[in-house]
Design a protein around this ligand. Sequence first.
Ligand SMILES: [Zn+2]
Length: 213
Amino acid sequence: MYESEKRAVLDCALTMEHYRLVSLSGGNVSMRLPDGTFLVTPTAVRYDSMRPDDIVRVDAQGKVVEGCLRPSSDTSALLFVFKHMPTVNAVIHTHQPYATAAGLVTDVLPAFLTLMIDATQQAVHVAPFTISSDEGMGALAVEYARGALCVILKHHGVMAFGKDLDQALEAAVYLEDAARIYLLARAVGPVPLLDEKQIAEQAEDRGNYGQKK
Ligand SMILES: [Zn+2]
């Protein structure tokens, strides 16, 4: 079942690797299905050798309902996010280096660039360290998301959320671009910020971005 959705999850994982947000089998991709189950990438399988049938389907308790492999070790954290963020249908977890590095030197990555406001919608907060592969990682991600489509997990990586896989992927990729620019600027001086009005104006949908569907 869900062949096209499994293909989409794998394509998203390969794109995540293409943009160097993860290496080998790091991170994970997951999505909510209409029947209340979830697709999750398997644990410790390299994306470049993964097949669509390797994507695991689990129920809301994390029990495997379809697939031969074990799901991501972060599955309990991912299910916590889906449960507590009902508008989120896709979660991408990465170990992207620039955003993770920024999370070591600041508690919040401000909404200081147009591309970041467009992709993450808000400043991106840094959740304190917690062990991975535990529901607590999901609880901190929900607590520190604070309206943004990304949260940085200190000493770990990033979780990006979306109404679909594309939105979560764009949030993660553009956050990485923004974090690289932030670190470059901070290396030579203080980073000027945008005020609330400027951020709100940039965040407004002006209807001229994107192809008509
Ligand atoms: Zn991780």
